[in-house]
Design a protein. Structure first.
Length: 214
């Protein structure tokens, strides 16, 4: 029985690996066609990643207006510089690098990121309540609970506001977007080790700021 399950798992893994390889090959072909001047090929790349790009920009900026601007700027920049793509990474990593850099610029231009840091957006575009991990058995309809929630949300906002734009970016890409440190490093034009150190600093700052929440 265990042997049969292992064989089935192996077949599934092999099938997924083949599918990823096929998708990768198709993507590379679209990039080559776009580099040769095919607008339809570039449009196909846009359709493949447009929702992910918009979600990432929205999450990192906390502003629908800013996210839409960054979304447009990112693909305009990608279209302009597609000829510089060297196939050393995936298009996913390349376009995310453009988006994160645009978001970093935007975050540096303004102090606060969003009105309620208690709510973030995950990779699937679903809202996550950061405060859900804080143990509390009282009813959500309890006014005292709602006051506590507001106060905790303000503390989270203050804590995140004390991170540098790059620290906040690395923290959110790692914990909210679920990206690997190596990928984050590539996106931010730095090394995996540097991204790891930045994440460590960000986490340490947040722990110090939020220590009294538990």
């Amino acid at each position: 029985m265990d042997s049969a399950r292992r064989q089935e798992t192996t077949r599934d893994d092999t099938a997924r690996g083949q599918e990823r390889a096929q998708n990768r090959a198709l993507e590379m072909e679209l990039i080559r066609e776009a580099q040769a001047g095919s607008r339809s090929a570039f449009d196909a790349l846009v359709r493949q990643y447009e929702h992910q790009v918009l979600r990432l920009a929205l999450h990192l900026t906390g502003s629908e207006h800013d996210a839409e601007d960054i979304y447009q700027d990112a693909f305009l920049k990608a279209f302009r510089y597609i000829g510089n793509f060297r196939f050393e990474c995936s298009f996913y990593t390349w376009i995310y690098r453009i988006v994160t850099n645009l978001c970093l610029d935007q975050l540096r231009r303004r102090k606060t990121r969003r009105e309620d840091h208690a709510v973030v957006v995950d990779r699937a575009g679903e809202e996550i309540d950061v405060l859900a991990s804080v143990s509390d058995n009282r009813s959500f309809s309890n006014p005292a609970r709602e006051l506590d929630r507001k106060l905790l949300g303000e503390k989270i906002q203050t804590a995140l506001g004390k991170l540098t734009p790059r620290e906040r970016m690395v923290f959110e890409l790692k914990h909210y977007q679920g990206l690997r440190l190596r990928t984050i490093g590539e996106m931010l034009n730095t090394t995996e080790e540097t991204a790891k150190n930045t994440l460590f600093r960000a986490t340490k700052k947040l722990r110090l700021q939020l220590a009294d929440m538990r």
